[in-house]
Design a protein around this ligand. Structure first.
Ligand SMILES: *Cc1c(COP(=O)(O)O)cnc(C)c1O
Length: 236
């Protein structure tokens, strides 16, 4: 039987192989374990196998998990990433509970996350979600508007801009996957040139991880290949 531990080992192996194959530095690609819809005991198993960074998509479910682990397993010292769509009336629990947010796609949401960050906490580490697929994907800001949003975020003291995230529309071939990821990589380089603290390019999921690493991903977001298929839809 496949366990969470053996799945994690397998993915780390694949990441290493891709780093080597594409001339990427060793350990330049981090693994974010996407635990949405999965129970706390699955997260405990992953933590016991050494995983520390977890991604959640739904506000209520995510906050319950963050608080459960703070109360019962603070020794794991988990870093929590919010990666789902953000409604502007749901920013407070995100800003109060998470360490990272990958899915900022408008200035209003950035402003609210900034204003609602509890005093004394490290700034929220944030990524701009970019839509590289045009009509085919509704989430994320168009490529042309990303630099403007980056400069709005830079002005907010309780947010720290770390990079970009994208979820390209599912495409059939490796070449098409690579094309979408390369577009994001170009934008990442442009933003990095302006903001030296920018270091994170969040792209690649269970089905397109290799192409993402070839194109320069620094953080892959993997759910299914670690925890198995989800019982309910990932769409909100
Ligand atoms: C669900 C989800 C993932 C993980 O997808 P898998 O195909 O299960 O690896 C990654 N990123 C985001 C934003 C997601 O919603």
């Amino acid at each position: 039987m496949q366990t969470i531990q053996s799945n994690l080992e397998h993915i780390h192996q694949q990441i290493k192989e891709s780093e080597r194959k594409f001339g990427r530095a060793t350990d330049s690609v981090q693994l974010l374990a996407v635990s949405k819809t999965k129970p706390n005991h699955a997260i405990v198993d992953a933590c016991r196998a050494g995983q520390r960074q977890f991604g959640e998509n739904y506000v209520q479910e995510g906050v319950e998990k963050v608080q459960y682990f703070q109360e019962h397993h603070s020794d794991f010292d988990i870093e929590w990433h919010f990666i789902g769509p953000i409604q502007s009336n749901k920013t407070r629990p995100i800003s109060e509970n998470f360490d990272w947010v990958h899915s900022i796609d408008r200035a209003k949401v950035a402003q609210r996350l900034n204003d609602q960050r509890p005093e004394g906490r490290r700034p929220l580490q944030v990524l701009i979600q970019v839509n590289t697929s045009g009509e085919a994907s509704k989430s994320g800001i168009p490529v042309q508007q990303a630099l403007e949003l980056a400069s709005s975020i830079e002005a907010l003291p309780n947010l720290s801009l770390r990079g970009l995230m994208s979820i390209p529309a599912a495409v059939a071939s490796y070449e098409e996957q690579l094309q979408a990821f390369n577009q994001l990589k170009d934008l990442f380089e442009a933003i990095k040139a302006q903001y030296p603290q920018v270091d994170t390019l969040s792209m690649g999921m269970s089905g397109d991880m290799e192409a993402a690493i070839e194109a320069g991903s620094t953080m892959v977001r993997i759910g299914t290949a670690i925890f198995g298929a989800r019982a309910y839809s990932s769409k909100q």
